[in-house]
Design a protein around this ligand. Structure first.
Ligand SMILES: [Fe+2]
Ligand SMILES: [Fe+2]
Length: 150
């Protein structure tokens, strides 16, 4: 499994897509450190991801609130479940170091969760946001006809 961002993961919302790219990059960095046995790099990588993921989720949730997204409750619950699982992994790292179970989770679950989440929940949100944007520009165009049309 190659951990990298691919264009089929693009939602079309630039700020969110940039954050997804960065998150995938960071997961790849973390997994590379694991594979190369650079154990000291793991703690800082987990801390960075933890912070970045929180920022990312609140960015998405800000968009959801702004447009009164109907799927907000389910989407937020998925984010919260991730945060809980991730803090469990961080705690396990702090208390027991790199156990085989933790390494497996970091190698597979992190990226797997993110890609599934982007493909399902984030893409639905992206479609909703883009629809709203298109509708707003249609309304704007109708409200202000071009000078030549008068
Ligand atoms: Fe996302
Ligand atoms: Fe999301």
């Amino acid at each position: 499994m190659t951990i990298q961002w691919t264009p089929d993961l693009a939602m079309g919302i630039a700020s969110i897509d940039r954050q997804h790219q960065r998150m995938i990059q960071e997961i790849a960095t973390l997994v590379r450190a694991l594979n190369e046995g650079r154990t000291l790099a793991v703690g800082p990588a987990l801390d960075f991801l933890d912070q970045y993921v929180l920022e990312h989720f609140s960015n998405e949730e800000m968009h959801m609130k702004r447009v009164l997204y109907p799927g907000i409750a389910v989407h937020r619950a998925a984010h919260a479940a991730f945060v809980e699982e991730f803090s469990f992994l961080k705690r396990s790292h702090r208390e027991k170091g790199l156990s085989p179970a933790l390494v497996l989770n970091l190698r597979t679950w992190l990226f797997g969760w993110l890609v599934n989440h982007i493909r399902e929940m984030d893409m639905s949100l992206g479609r909703f946001l883009l629809q709203g944007k298109a509708q707003r520009s249609r309304l704007q165009a109708a409200a202000s006809p071009s000078p030549g049309a008068r």
